[in-house]
Design a protein around this ligand. Structure first.
Ligand code: HAS
Length: 551
């Protein structure tokens, strides 16, 4: 057997820890989805928010609970489940560390949420200066990050234990992938922790009068780009190591999968300037260098696309498929565990192409700060990644709760995925198109003296509202399925599928587990891309901004 699959079931005690993460994630989906619906309705110009609630307040709820809370809780839960399934049940100590992480993250989420609801933290999900929030909001986010480090520690400790027990053997692929994503997350979050603790918190508490906006945005984007790969890599874990088992095929190459994850570790972080290409105060030479590094981080995604095509095609041909695309017919379209993540994969093709456009220095001038960018991340995060997370939930939730995905729920799950695809085609398609016509990314139009609407944007805004409403229906369906699988589905055994490597594939070389080497190169690349620009920023720092509020 290519991949060590030591235990077929996730232990009940680990399962409870994972499900705790999932409950918070799906509550976040409900709240964030509702906020999203309100936004597209306001933008359509046909709806006003009641009770004096501000557009940017709702936008902050939407971004924070979906972009930061849902993702972090789901990912940490899924990674713990993957490690427990492939490297063995967590020890009591590891599980306690996981629970500490969960409670810290939950406490932080409540603190941040209360501040947003009180309209004391209307700073959008990027919360960068000069927008200023209440200190409790920043503390809450710090708790979420520190809590995720505890979860990460549980994952790393479980991996180390496995390594000690199996010297000279490559670790199980899913565990290896969870460890890479955790290490990337820890290195990346140092940036956001630095700006929050040393800049935003003292400024919000009134200990300092002004804040250096460029420095804080730079520290944010040092974290912000690996953040998007922290979202993506768990979806890749499913695409590489789980989907092959679901379709009845084999993983094309274990080594290729590991190499692509290592490349993400190396190249995800030193690329934050591609979010700051229009900002003054950064030498264009350093922007150019980071654009080049951004093009390097596209390579592991192209490798992933290649590997997935190879897996699907080999499987189809093993079933006797002929012709260039004959294998497509052999795939199990009626199985939601495959077809819903597959819709995500399909959407990632135009989504990735959009990312390449964003990263192309000159083209970025056309799309930056337009609603095109919002269209981009609704295809990447809100389709490719989220549909994969939904696809994972369809088998992982019943696996953990000792229930079964019934035929009826499977059908509903496929309807959910298709509705999502239709809604997002309208919404994200219209966002891309309106962006090219210059529609701004963040504007309520109706309040705060927002930009006047151009007549040519209006049909696209209506299309966004139609798409957003369909997406809201799909969210309700997802929540219904989640509640069914968690509490009501018939008792039974639902598999946690773990793929096996193709017979002819080579064994993964041990160099992939040489963390000193990979973390060493990661640090060198970060120092290379950031040291001189940061020195420049600090040496030439302006007096800083006093900050302002959006309410
Ligand atoms: Fe991005 C802005 C560049 C990927 C998320 N991005 C954002 C923002 C978010 C985000 C949230 O360079 C807004 C941030 C903000 O608030 O300001 N992005 C890229 C590039 C990639 C990329 C080069 N982004 C992502 C992913 C995200 C995400 C993934 C979330 C999960 N992005 C940018 C840039 C900006 C930006 C600029 C700043 C814009 C600005 O000016 O503000 C790449 O990683 C994309 C590579 C992907 C591919 C696609 C591979 C395809 C695969 C699927 C294969 C399918 C199969 C099925 C096999 C090359 C793997 C087919 C089967 C058949 C039968 C057909």
């Amino acid at each position: 057997m290519g991949i060590a699959t030591e235990k077929l079931n996730v232990d009940r005690r680990d399962g409870r820890l994972v499900m705790a993460h999932f409950y918070v994630a799906f509550i976040a989906l409900a709240v964030g989805g509702l906020a999203g619906l309100l936004q597209v309705l306001v933008r359509s110009g046909k709806f006003e928010l009641p009770l004096g609630i501000g557009y940017y307040q709702v936008l902050t709820v939407h971004g924070v609970v979906l972009g930061l809370v849902l993702t972090t809780f789901f990912i940490m839960g899924f990674q713990i489940a993957a490690v427990s399934r492939t490297s063995g049940t967590l020890t009591n100590k590891q599980r306690v560390i996981g629970w500490i992480g969960f409670w810290l993250m939950t406490a932080g989420t409540i603190m941040a949420a209360v501040m947003i609801l009180l309209n004391e933290a209307t700073v959008l999900y990027t919360f960068y200066a000069p927008l200023q929030a209440h200190a409790i909001y920043y503390l809450g986010l710090t708790f979420v990050v520190v809590g995720s480090w505890f979860d990460g520690a549980a994952i790393i400790l479980a991996y180390s234990k496995w390594r000690k027990a199996h010297p000279g053997t490559p670790s199980p692929l899913l565990t290896f992938m969870a460890v890479v994503n955790t290490l990337m997350w820890i290195v990346a979050t140092i940036g956001v922790a630095t700006t929050v603790l040393f800049q935003l918190l003292p400024w919000s508490l009134g200990l300092v009068d002004r804040v250096d906006v460029l420095l804080s945005r730079t520290l944010f984007w040092y974290f912000g780009h690996p953040l998007v790969y922290f979202w993506l890599l768990p979806a890749y874990m499913c695409w590489y190591a789980i989907i092959p088992k679901i379709i009845g095929g084999k993983i094309f190459s274990d080594s290729l999968a590991r190499l692509s994850f290592i490349l993400f570790l190396l190249f995800s972080i030193p690329v934050g300037f591609h979010h700051q290409l229009t900002e003054p105060g950064i030498d264009p030479a350093w922007k150019f260098l980071q654009v080049v590094l951004t093009f390097l981080v596209i390579i592991p995604s192209l490798m992933t696309a290649f590997s997935l095509f190879a897996t699907f095609e080999s499987f189809g041909r093993s079933r006797g498929a002929r012709g260039l695309f004959g294998w497509v017919r052999e795939l199990p379209w009626g199985d939601a565990r495959f077809s819903v993540p597959f819709i995500g994969m399909l959407s990632f093709i135009p989504a990735g192409a959009g990312g390449i456009i964003n990263a192309s220095h000159q083209m970025n001038q056309v799309v930056h700060n337009t609603i095109w960018v919002t269209g981009h991340f609704h295809l990447t995060l809100a389709t490719a990644v989220i549909l994969t997370f939904f696809g994972i939930s369809y088998w992982l939730v019943p696996h953990l709760t000792g229930r079964k995905l019934t035929k009826a729920m499977n059908k509903l799950a496929i309807i959910q995925g298709v509705l999502w695809a239709i809604g997002m085609t309208f919404m994200s398609g219209a966002m891309h198109a309106a962006g090219l016509l210059g529609a701004p990314r963040r504007s309520s139009f109706s309040e705060y003296g927002g930009a006047p609407q151009a007549a040519e944007w209006i049909p696209y805004q209506i299309a966004q509202a139609v798409g957003g409403s369909i997406l809201f229906l799909a969210i309700i369906l997802m929540l219904y399925i989640f509640i069914n699988l968690a509490f009501f589905a018939p008792k039974g055994e639902q598999d946690f599928p773990v793929g096996e490597v193709a017979d002819e594939a080579e064994k993964a070389p041990m160099v992939f587990e040489n963390w000193k080497l990979w973390l060493g190169i990661t640090v060198v690349l970060i120092l290379f891309a950031y040291t001189i620009p940061l020195i420049d920023m600090i040496e030439n720092a302006p007096i800083g901004s006093k900050g302002y509020k959006l309410w």
